[in-house]
Write a protein that binds this ligand. Sequence first.
Ligand SMILES: Cc1cc2nc3c(=O)[nH]c(=O)nc-3n(C[C@H](O)[C@H](O)[C@H](O)COP(=O)(O)O)c2cc1C
Length: 301
Amino acid sequence: MRFLGKEIQSPLTLASGILGISFSSLQRVIRDGAGMVTTKSLSLEPRIGHAGPIIAEFEGGLINSVGLTNPGIHDGLLEVEKFHKEFAGVSIVSVFGADPDEFVSLAEAVNHSQADFLELNLSCPNVADEFKRPFALIPEKITEIVSAVKTVSKLPVLAKLSPNAYDVAGMASLAETAGADGITMINTLGHGMVIDAIARRPVLHNNFGGISGPCIKPLALKLIRDVYLKVNIPILGTGGVSNGLDAVEMMMAGAAAVAIGSAVYDRGLDVFRSTRQEMEAFMAEHGYADYADLIGILQEN
Ligand SMILES: Cc1cc2nc3c(=O)[nH]c(=O)nc-3n(C[C@H](O)[C@H](O)[C@H](O)COP(=O)(O)O)c2cc1C
């Protein structure tokens, strides 16, 4: 199947932030049946991120306050180059800037790499304390950042949106009008808090963090549907997918490809192989010849 003009072996994708940027783990994901991999969000300079614990499990999924730990765009792109040198696979480089100018500089840096797509992380909630409200909640910032990046980027640009915006479909529409080639959604929900009652403390050192995993899947499906009905650019769906049926549901809602994040913690890297097999079994049983036949076919009541 194809996504934004590139041939991909399956619609499954590694979500941003899950395995960092090491080219060997990115390669393993492609070998196990994914079509695309997304890097951890990269900033201009390296970031240490928050003190631990930065991630915790609860009954509905995960909560994290990683704080965008990353080695910086220069070292991050070196790993992307190694990935492309030794392996065929489609890469998405995720970037995060403190302001529109930083996003532009990051896009220019990615132009000089072999990356296939550029993803703008407009929605990470964990650094709101440092950079005020996440950009994905501010309509004029979405327009400003996407238009500025589109004037320089040689790669197709995905705008990654937050489920925390009041009108996510409206935000997607602004991104499309500003020139985005695709939408990635949803990033983590919240902030939320998980409490250790015996210690009388929040489990995360940062006290709160973004929520992901199975508990956000119904929200992701609804928002992806809303956006699918509003825009004409492809959606890279993410949020709570951990098996083949979840991925099928997300494509039926409108996703053209599906990224898996938290389930990698739960089920290991094998989740790509098993999810792909489960999807193909579903498609064979129900008469869908191609992954693309699933996109948006939900019939609403
Ligand atoms: C530990 C962790 C780190 C993440 N880091 C990033 C990141 O750097 N950039 C980003 O755009 N999203 C990041 N995300 C969000 C995921 O890419 C994804 O959008 C979200 O977790 C929903 O998918 P899931 O329920 O399959 O995890 C992170 C999620 C987790 C759990």
